[in-house]
Write a protein of this length. Sequence first.
Length: 169
Amino acid sequence: MPAPNREDTPGVIGREQNVAGTAGRVDAFGVNPMPEPELGFTPEPEDDPEDYLGHSLLEDVQALIDDGKTYAQAELNYQVTRAAYTADRAKGVAIFGAGAALVAFVAAIALAVGLIIALTPLITAWGATALVVGALLIVAWLMARRALDSLSDIQAAFSDKDSSTRTKP
């Protein structure tokens, strides 16, 4: 069997061939290990050392300070905008939350009156009133305890003491 010719071997580039992006880049066997993609332009280095010849350290520090001031001003503007947006949204939360609480309160009154009317034939008017008021007071007491527990958790989060040693009541 005759030896293969270089031009017939796949992946082998002859010395006289010039493939785009591969001129002069062949290994010892004449194979181009990884051809470069054709970009259509020659990339320029980002920093030219000659651009820095006229700058002093003082100018660089001043530029850094100016950049820091610009960043601080942008951050301040961002936080002010965010606070204004939050305040606007908080107004909506307060208005609609108060409306929802008012409607829920009216519904609770209607429920209590309805329960008293429904229980009156079974346990008299005074007994129905006492039962409904007692049940509502128990629910109110349980909710108040839960609110106090949450309040104590908030206070513990802002206290200087180690909150891991504190026990719940």
